[in-house]
Design a protein. Structure first.
Length: 216
């Protein structure tokens, strides 16, 4: 293995949705981009237009797929492959609820979303461990199948946090990782000779407006 076998991933979180604006947890709800989200995706397209990309993978949910399609609209030769592996965290009964509604029901629950060792699977929520396994399996498999390639990924905030953990390992429980903003650009690289990962860039916004929501 040599540096020429390294795999470079460009990571894009989907553009803004109405649910982002209303602070609604979307999870695997199949929501749509709003007007701002579409504009964000076009701005992201301009930001990545000169980056080498060989192939693209996207969550099969509409908000991610449309973001990827807009981002690559001027590059029809790049195939976009939809996959369930890049879907957002499955949030069970909390999908469609706002954070305020969840806090009113049980003020402890929001903390369980961020504490790595705690589970909320009794509410039908995908465990953090299962989500991590789903995301990690996808990236390891893709890195092995596409040596030396440049790959665009379009996905969701919760998945992005799992990508960060794949690349950097376990962080101190008191530390907080920024959920990438809508339509932001991040980059990671698979280092073939080391059989490991490197964080290259995180949460670059190609537009100036304030982010709508850091949610899921």
């Amino acid at each position: 293995m040599t540096m020429s076998d390294n795999v470079r991933f460009i990571l894009i979180r989907h553009g803004q949705t109405r649910e982002n604006q209303l602070h609604i947890l979307q999870g695997q709800m199949d929501t749509e981009l709003d007007e701002t989200g579409i504009a964000q995706a076009h701005t992201t397209a301009r930001a990545i237009k000169n980056l080498p990309i060989d192939i693209a993978f996207s969550s099969d949910l509409k908000r991610a797929m449309l973001t990827a399609q807009i981002a690559l609209a001027d590059r029809p030769e790049i195939k976009i492959i939809p996959t369930e592996a890049l879907r957002e965290w499955r949030l069970g009964r909390f999908q469609g609820m706002t954070w305020d509604q969840i806090r009113q029901e049980n003020p402890i629950i929001p903390k369980l979303f961020t504490e790595e060792s705690r589970t909320i699977s009794e509410y039908g929520v995908e465990t953090k461990q299962d989500l991590q396994q789903r995301v990690s399996d996808f990236f390891w498999k893709t890195a092995q199948e596409y040596p030396g390639k440049n790959i665009l990924i379009c996905t969701h905030g919760g998945v992005m946090l799992r990508i960060f953990r794949l690349v950097t390992g376990v962080i101190d429980p008191n530390n907080k990782v920024t959920v990438p903003d809508n339509a932001s650009i991040s980059k990671i690289e698979y280092l073939a000779d080391r059989k490991g990962w490197q964080l290259v860039e995180w949460n670059t916004r190609p537009y100036n407006t304030a982010p709508a929501d850091p949610g899921l």
